[in-house]
Design a protein around this ligand. Structure first.
Ligand SMILES: C[S@@+](CC[C@H](N)C(=O)[O-])C[C@H]1O[C@@H](n2cnc3c(N)ncnc32)[C@H](O)[C@@H]1O
Length: 268
């Protein structure tokens, strides 16, 4: 019998399921989407998830990440290497491409959306053959990629050791364009504090969005954050990050005539 993957609701504590808020009384930054898997995604989930999914302990009823648990990248990857973590990996285009083209680094995909997690697993199994076209013919599996199906805020708050990341990426986070939904946005001054906690000095926080107003907010947040300096000077936008491959979300934004803002902050 195929095993049913958890839905984001399963990852939420019971109080949150009732109120739409989490333990910290913070509105959720993600939306409920269909949890149905394609045949290929279900097959990848059934046969290959153990290779990629980090088994995050969830013993405490009130939190989806056990607050006593810490991610040990060296133990997980069996080596000490720079670690890149992407929040909201969606269908995994970026992080799988990064892992396939940078075997010298380790990579962590963080996503709550189950078909997205399954698609990262599908994609990872096809990436080794041709890093330039992750999603092509079956190749080698990627030893330098792991996936965590958790709320990124909980992970950054207590699941990651301090100064444990070399890069933190957030590309095209849910924009929550309506004023009354702005409180659901991921990038806030509080988030910048968490990002500063987990990045090592000299580490990079990279962001991209196709929502101009959210881009302005991200810029202000990063420029004002104590733990960071803007790599392109105060108020500066970054050129397109060469490691950021085109995703379906970016294409949708471009097709709708929206311009993309790239930002890069350095942990001081
Ligand atoms: C608009 S999509 C962008 C996906 C991808 N970065 C891209 O560029 O194609 C945003 C993704 O972030 C995920 N997400 C939102 N909030 C999250 C959170 N707190 N923790 C983990 N994932 C989150 C959503 O489930 C969604 O898949």
């Amino acid at each position: 019998m195929p095993e049913t993957p958890p839905t984001p609701d399963d990852l939420r504590p019971p109080t949150e399921r009732r109120t739409g808020e989490n333990f910290f009384r913070r509105p959720l930054s993600y939306v409920r989407r269909t949890e149905r898997l394609t045949v290929g995604q279900q097959r990848a989930w059934d046969t290959r998830r153990h290779r990629y999914l980090v088994d995050v302990p969830r013993e405490h009823r009130e939190l989806s990440v056990d607050p006593d648990w810490r991610f040990d990248a060296a133990a997980e990857f069996g080596r000490t290497a720079p670690v890149v973590l992407e929040i909201g990996t969606g269908l995994g285009e970026c992080i799988v491409h990064a892992a396939a083209s940078h075997p010298e680094r380790d990579h962590v995909a963080v996503e709550v959306y189950t078909p997205g997690v399954a698609q990262v697993i599908v994609r990872a199994g096809h990436a080794g053959a041709d890093p330039a076209d992750a999603g092509g013919a079956p190749g080698q599996e990627l030893d330098n990629l792991r996936i965590m199906q958790v709320d990124a805020l909980e992970l950054l708050r207590h699941g990651l050791p301090e100064a444990s990341l070399d890069e933190l990426w957030i590309f095209f986070p849910d924009p929550w364009p309506k004023q009354r939904h702005h409180k659901r946005r991921l990038v806030t001054p509080e988030f910048a504090e968490l990002a500063a906690r987990v990045l090592r000095p000299g580490g990079r926080w990279r962001l991209a969005t196709d929502w101009a107003q959210y881009g302005e907010v991200m810029l202000k947040v990063g420029d004002a954050a104590e733990g960071f300096r803007n790599a392109h000077g105060p108020g500066g936008r970054a050129p397109r990050f060469e490691g950021r491959v085109m995703t379906s979300f970016e294409r949708k934004g471009l097709n709708a005539g929206r311009a993309v803002t790239d930002l890069e902050f350095v942990r001081v």
